[in-house]
Write a protein that binds this ligand. Structure first.
Ligand SMILES: [Zn+2]
Length: 316
């Protein structure tokens, strides 16, 4: 058994250890946050979210904690009032959402700075990566501002259901998993990437749900060149201006979770191949690795809301 706080701490720890930027870089960023915080005036200090000093992921937060031990968890890609009701009906004491909600949704854009550092890792000059990302971060923040973002938390409080969302740490787990598989298999054509993905159980299941991996730009026979996982983790879709820079940085193929039409056009204009692995399936790949750890602590898992549950605890 675990408390919600222990589950949260585990999520942050896994997120940092599986960050594409490397643990050292993430910890350095946290240290800089601390320095900035210490220099703040009294009023600004009072407003500052203290979690930011130890948790580098603004889209991952405890949303309601009744302090009781966690025994049975409803886990979904999205949790809304309907899932909170479902949790109550099924006798779950806790709900875990993958996608950010409440304060974690309102501040989702802050985690997107990760994208600039990942782009730099793939060879885009950091000044360009930061400038492109900054613009997109503010666009996302403005887009989220009108949302009624506390509904499910209000419901969770009324029904006394623990509620947490774990976003980027799980996406990091998915990204690292894919990175390892790709480095191992060394696909030469875009079609070989699709074949490789389809061997991973979450994507194999997604094929049955008609949401399997697809080529959004380029064709199966195209050579992959250098592969970049710029669009698996980092909050939400990045700027469409990045495709030109990624292409110039020497990347041949991008693997992502989803891609808008405008971004697709940009990618094609700059001769990039784009493989879209799939959204619910890629989210599931990350979430599953996290909740496997909870399952090992004898917590009962009830998957819902788009989660394709595959447990890696039982080796086949
Ligand atoms: Zn997602």
């Amino acid at each position: 058994m675990m408390t919600l706080k222990q589950i949260y701490d585990l999520a942050i720890d896994l997120g940092i250890k599986n960050d594409l930027r490397g643990e050292a870089k993430v910890k350095k960023n946290l240290a800089k946050q601390k320095e900035k915080y210490q220099k703040l005036g009294k009023e600004k200090k009072a407003e500052f979210d203290q979690e930011n000093l130890t948790n580098p992921y603004s889209d991952t937060r405890i949303l309601y904690d009744n302090g009781k031990e966690v025994k049975k968890v409803l886990v979904g890609i999205d949790i809304g009032v309907q899932e909170i009701l479902l949790a109550k009906t099924l006798g779950c004491d806790t709900a875990i959402s993958h996608h950010p909600d409440s304060i974690a949704l309102a501040d989702l854009s802050s985690v997107m700075h990760l994208q600039a550092e990942v782009l730099a890792m793939y060879g885009v000059p950091i000044n360009i990566a930061e400038a492109i990302t900054k613009e997109r971060v503010s666009e996302v923040a403005r887009g989220l501002s009108p949302i009624n973002h506390n509904r499910a938390v209000d419901a969770a409080k009324l029904l006394n259901i623990n509620y947490i969302c774990v976003h980027t740490p799980c996406d990091n787990l998915a990204a690292i998993y894919l990175d390892k598989e790709i480095k191992k298999a060394k696909p030469e054509t875009v079609g070989e990437i699709i074949d490789l993905l389809k061997k991973i159980p979450e994507y194999a299941e997604a094929v049955k749900l008609k949401a399997g991996p697809k080529i959004f730009a380029g064709s199966a026979d195209n050579s992959v060149g250098k592969i970049a996982l710029t669009e698996i983790t980092g909050g939400t879709s990045g700027s469409k201006d990045m495709y030109e820079k990624i292409s110039q940085a020497g990347i041949g193929t991008i693997i992502g979770m989803h891609l808008g039409e405008e971004s697709r056009k940009e990618a094609m204009k700059h001769y990039l191949n784009v493989v879209i692995a799939g959204h619910m399936s890629s989210d599931s790949l990350g979430v599953n690795q996290f909740i496997d750890k909870l399952e090992k602590q004898k917590i009962e898992i009830v998957p819902c809301s788009g989660l394709i549950r595959v447990s890696r605890n039982v080796k086949k």
